[in-house]
Design a protein around this ligand. Structure first.
Ligand code: ZN
Length: 865
């Protein structure tokens, strides 16, 4: 699954507290009854938001038993028969979401057929079978149906053994309006015309797979396709959007042969569809159903006229991520949710690897460094958890989709690949795919395969980084002509400075002669690395390992001297470490400011982009403090020459990274109040209103960002008119979200009130609130609390507890901590308060930075002026 953050939230998605749970206490179905095949037939009634179904499940009873227990949630099981004879009435457990049949006599081992006729609900949000309503280009109201099952909602569609290690064959039949375009994992085998304007389609049998990967969708769709390596690759979208499907189809057509070669396994299904659903979700962006990947349309569809460079890259990343899952996750699946990171960490790593292959000019590995940075920031706080964490039951599994699973997961895989080498790592992956195809695995199965082909074993390092929480800190201290490397744990407060030790693979580059030293540093075994001169050394050269580096002042002086000539990824890593170490007091904040003042327009574009992002983030923490003015002057001084170089308009043939940098620079310069930038954006906004075709997607997003931030009542209404009148659903969503971005509190209040009305599309309404929380977290949180019932109607169930905590997380006000606590105690069950604990931690973290780090910046700035 691909889980982007809610638009507009300043802080990254917080990890939840995952309580260690003993494997013995895992809540899972008994294993003496195994499903081998489901023949399921459903008849949706889209108008009444319900469906009827019947399923014939082939069971393999392993040992004599009187009990058949399976998953069922929100389904009415009307008639049950085993081997043609009426079965006992089911006993339901709504907490465990199970139904149990207690037979008077034991069933014999061997094959049995369980048949169930049942009825279920079509949900208004993505869980089980659900509806997405939209207006087509003519304004006509339409309803499309889709399914979303990960991690445990197939049981809302079929009474089933809804656990990842209960793989079976699925044969799906559906009765839909004859004008519909139904789509599932496999191609249609038979279509039958029925009376009443209906048709019945039966899809071909799926391969053996996990229930969470089954998919069904139907609606007024179209499809474009292309045959690649014998696989029919398609994009399925709502009628009329054909011009937006081309880019994703082109990208997928490149990725498929690449993945087949990388994994050493042909794509196992005859077709691979990518389905675009209208709207957006608060909990996910895309889902890797085998052969039928679902995306919310922004993650798949690119309008060549209005799309931006950032949109284009996001689509490439999302498509590469979901396609990697077709092997890693779908063909070979984790045995249980404990090992979810195997799916998500791997796909997150591969999304950059595949894109780096086809778009080397994008410097995707710099994005990996950013993802690592996000992971380290949450992993250094109290309450983090190891990558592999015991998941007690499927309900808890939902909490495992977090920054640690995705971003730390990808960082650790990247580190291990660099450690054993690309060829050995790929050989291990190929063996793993071959040995476990159509099966389930635990993480050690992967390490075992890699150890077999690698010169150096990885299991020890892999265990240290996946079974222990936290971030190692390597201190580099100048010792004579060399560097002494020692290990601690990087923590944001002193509460968790445990004695954790990691086997950290360190690569150190001698800045005198560019030679590399490699070694393992643990807490117990520091390293003394001799250097060729007094020019010093660069730790974590290449930035592939997961740790922070803190240089002492003497070692840092060498870094400053060498900085302009370093590789871009090293410059990026140094900027990140200096900022974060500065925030928490591991090194002086002057390290970051010194590096910032070393950049020039000639610095690598992505380094500049990250730097301006970091500077903008610090400005946000400065909100309303007296030192903000001097800090903004410093930012302006650093960024002015860079912006003078990029200019407002694209130059013919420029590096495509510049488009993104330009857009981000305009945003940051407007944030710090640059009057020239604000005025020029206003002029361009008026041009856009007169003629939307006059502007590229990149420029539109940059201009809207400025207009939205500085909006007065007139500008805000103009923006709202754009939102109301556009016929493009993605643009409508974008404009409405911008309405929440105003600095002016009275305008922000208007946006919150608008989010309560039916004017914006339902799925966009929470995004407006989230956008408001970016600059007004307290106001957004209070407003949410005051209108909690209304918002909970439009929030997806999985987002309800998390959403208000995300709003509050950007606050710097210590008083908010109490408010969050009170809210959680009143509304959130004790077992699900991980989010509130994290929000409280985040607020305290920001408050501390305002109290300690920012005065340090003030001092540095005044000492220079
Ligand atoms: Zn994923």
């Amino acid at each position: 699954m691909y889980r982007p953050l809610l638009a507009g939230l300043a802080v990254c998605l917080l990890p939840l507290t995952l309580h260690a749970a003993d494997n013995l206490s895992r809540v899972a179905l008994p294993t003496d009854v195994q499903p081998t095949r489901y023949d399921v037939s459903i008849v949706p009634d889209a108008q009444h938001m319900s469906f009827s179904g019947s399923v014939k499940i082939a069971l393999d009873v392993k040992s004599a038993t009187k009990v058949i227990e399976f998953n069922s949630a929100d389904l009415a099981l009307n008639r049950l028969a085993l081997d043609g004879k009426a079965a006992p009435r089911p006993v339901f457990d709504t907490t465990k979401q199970t139904a149990t049949l207690n037979f008077p006599t034991a069933l014999k081992p061997g094959r049995h057929i369980l048949r169930i006729d049942y009825a279920g609900k079509i949900n208004p949000h993505p869980a089980g079978l659900y509806a997405l309503d939209y207006s087509d280009k003519t304004g006509a109201k339409k309803r499309a149906l889709f399914t979303q099952f990960e991690n445990s909602d197939a049981r809302r569609f079929i009474p089933s053994w809804d656990e990842p290690n209960r793989k079976a064959v699925f044969v799906l039949t559906a009765t839909v309006p004859s004008s519909d375009f139904p789509v599932s994992n496999m191609p249609i085998a038979v279509t039958e015309k029925l009376a009443g304007g209906l048709k019945r389609v039966r899809f071909m049998p799926s391969p053996r797979m996990s229930s969470y990967l089954l998919f069904f969708g139907t609606g007024d769709f179209e499809r474009v396709s292309r045959k690649v390596n014998g696989v029919d690759i398609g994009v399925v979208f709502k009628r009329g959007d054909g011009n937006k499907a081309r880019y994703a189809l082109d990208e997928a057509s490149k990725f498929l042969p690449y993945y087949e070669a990388y994994f050493g396994v042909k794509f196992p299904l005859p077709k691979l569809d990518m389905i675009a659903g209208p709207g957006t979700s608060q909990t996910f962006g895309a889902m890797e159903n085998w052969g039928a990947i679902f995306y919310f349309e922004r993650a798949l569809m690119l309008d060549p006229k209005t799309g931006s460079e950032a949109d284009r890259r996001n689509i490439s990343v999302d498509v590469a991520h979901e396609m990697a899952h077709q092997w890693f996750g779908d063909l070979v699946t984790m045995d249980w949710w404990d090992d979810l990171w195997l799916n998500e960490g791997f796909a997150s790593w591969m999304q950059n690897k595949a894109n780096d292959h086809f778009h080397p000019e994008w410097h995707m590995w710099m994005d990996s460094i950013d993802a690592r940075e996000n992971a380290m920031r949450v992993d250094a706080r109290a309450g983090t958890h190891p990558i592999i964490t015991a998941i007690h039951d499927v309900l808890m599994a939902n909490q495992a989709f977090d920054t640690i699973t995705y971003s730390k997961g990808q960082a650790v895989i990247w580190m291990l690949e660099s450690y054993v080498g690309e060829d050995a790592f790929r050989a291990g992956i190929r063996a793993y795919m071959k040995d476990h195809a159509y099966g389930n695995t635990v993480t050690d199965d992967l390490w075992r395969e890699i150890d077999k082909v690698s010169k150096t074993p990885v299991t020890q390092i892999a265990h240290d980084f996946t079974l222990q929480a936290g971030v190692p800190l390597i201190r580099a201290t100048k010792a004579g002509p060399g560097l002494r490397l020692t290990q601690e744990r990087a923590v944001d407060d002193n509460s968790e400075n445990s004695a954790t030790s990691w086997h950290v693979p360190v690569v150190l580059r001698d800045l005198g002669n560019s030679k590399r030293w490699q070694g393992i540093v643990t807490r117990e075994t520091p390293a003394d690395v001799p250097l060729s001169s007094d020019k010093g050394g660069l730790v974590n050269a290449g930035q592939t390992a997961y740790f922070r580096t803190a240089y002492d002042d003497a070692a840092f002086q060498n870094i400053v001297t060498a900085f302009p000539a370093l590789a871009p990824e090293d410059e990026l890593g140094l900027i990140n470490d200096a900022r974060d170490n500065g925030y928490v007091g591991l090194t002086p904040f002057s390290h970051f400011l010194t590096l910032a003042s070393k950049v020039t327009p000639a610095t690598n574009v992505k380094v500049l982009d990250t730097l301006e992002g970091r500077m903008s983030g610090i400005d946000q923490v400065y909100r309303d403090l007296p030192g903000q003015k001097a800090y903004r002057a410093f930012v302006q001084k650093v960024l002015d020459p860079v912006f003078a170089n990029t200019g407002w308009d694209a130059k013919p043939g420029e590096d495509s990274n510049v488009a993104i940098l330009r857009s981000d620079l305009i945003g940051t310069l407007s944030q710090i109040g640059d009057p020239a930038v604000i005025a020029e954006a206003g002029r361009r906004f008026d041009l856009y209103r007169a003629n939307p075709d006059s502007m590229s997607g990149d420029m539109r997003q940059a201009v809207m960002d400025v207009i939205a931030r500085h909006a007065d009542a007139t500008r805000w209404e103009q923006l709202r008119q754009l939102a109301k009148t556009t016929t493009d659903s993605a643009l409508r969503e974008e404009f409405y979200t911008y309405l929440g971005a105003a600095e002016n509190p009275a305008i922000a209040q208007k946006a919150l009130e608008l989010a309560l009305t039916d004017e914006p599309p339902t799925t966009v309404r929470p995004r407006i609130v989230a956008a408001t929380a970016n600059l007004h977290p307290e106001m957004a949180f209070d407003f949410f609390v005051a209108h909690r019932d209304a918002f909970n109607q439009i929030l997806e169930p999985d987002a309800r507890d998390r959403f208000p905590m995300q709003l509050a997380s950007g606050s710097f006000e210590p008083a908010m901590i109490e408010k969050v606590k009170v809210y959680a105690e009143k509304y959130v069950p004790a077992s699900a308060r991980g989010d509130s604990v994290k929000a409280e931690g985040a607020i305290a973290y920001w408050a501390k930075i305002r109290a300690t780090s920012l005065p340090e910046i003030d001092k540095w700035l005044s000492s220079r002026s």
